[in-house]
Ligand binder design. Sequence first.
Ligand SMILES: Nc1ncnc2c1ncn2[C@@H]1O[C@H](COP(=O)(O)OP(=O)(O)OP(=O)(O)O)[C@@H](O)[C@H]1O
Ligand SMILES: [Mg+2]
Length: 303
Amino acid sequence: MIEARGIGKFFSVVNDKGLAEGLTAVLNVSLAIPDGRIVSLVGPSGCGKSTFLEILAGLQAPSDGEIRIDGKLVLEPLPSTRREMEEYKRRYRFISPLANGVFRDRPKHDIAMIFQDYAVFPWMTAMQNIVFALKLRSAGKGRSERPSRARMAEKARFHLGRVGLAGAENKYPSQLSGGMRQRLALARALAVEPKIILMDEPFAAVDALAREKLQDDLLRLWGETLESPRPVIIVMVTHDVSEAVYLSDEVIVFSPCPGTIRNRIPVDIPRPRARTDPAGIELQERVFAMLQYDINQESEYTI
Ligand SMILES: Nc1ncnc2c1ncn2[C@@H]1O[C@H](COP(=O)(O)OP(=O)(O)OP(=O)(O)O)[C@@H](O)[C@H]1O
Ligand SMILES: [Mg+2]
């Protein structure tokens, strides 16, 4: 279970006159996502989706609110008042709030994140990419709990096979197609057996056919975890409304910047779904109309 309570994110930026000004990227976002759900975040460009996803992952600290995963805090907000700062220093005995997440006791969460363009390391082969992720995961464990090199290689081979990349073990990402690279990223995310997979426009760079295949692969791999004691949660940012409706249990529509939740649209269509299902198409149109409305409103506002 992921719980976000009153998440806000404020950035200080320098404007064209060289003056500092504030920018609120995310404002008061609260939501709860139960285990085994797929949730998509859609919204206009620059509305804070990636920022929110990174806060979920604990890669950025929120300015307000908190994220809990199975009741455990991910990262707490940075101190914003002097009193909070004092309290913070006492607790973590460190020098600067910028060190947030470095010095503190970081709770370990089982999260895998797939970024759009930097999903895999180009200087490692497919196999090495996965083994490296497994090594990172086991780094904090005691010697006896760490899997052997042979065990890791075996696991990497298994996961490459699951996404249809058997035989591509020794290829570098540059030798793979865009769709294959995304499948490699997926294999790497799944290999560490996360409880949560966060994806930031994972399929944006591949052509329409490959994209549909990747979506079905994702659904199949996610479906397999539903039977297990650890049903995986997937949170995905996408600009593709049909993808959001096809994959998700719920589509969350963000407003233009500062990103707040504008609407939550449950998708109660049983799986396996047909892409041409009229109920799905109707939902797509609803989401699309909301996005269109916001974009039009925003352009009137800026003109
Ligand atoms: N580190 C940062 N410092 C200052 N401003 C930032 C920073 N990161 C993001 N922003 C600003 O926060 C806002 C939200 O950015 P974010 O990347 O979360 O948007 P997004 O919804 O993912 O957009 P897109 O759909 O184009 O990927 C933008 O206005 C962006 O300029
Ligand atoms: Mg983004």
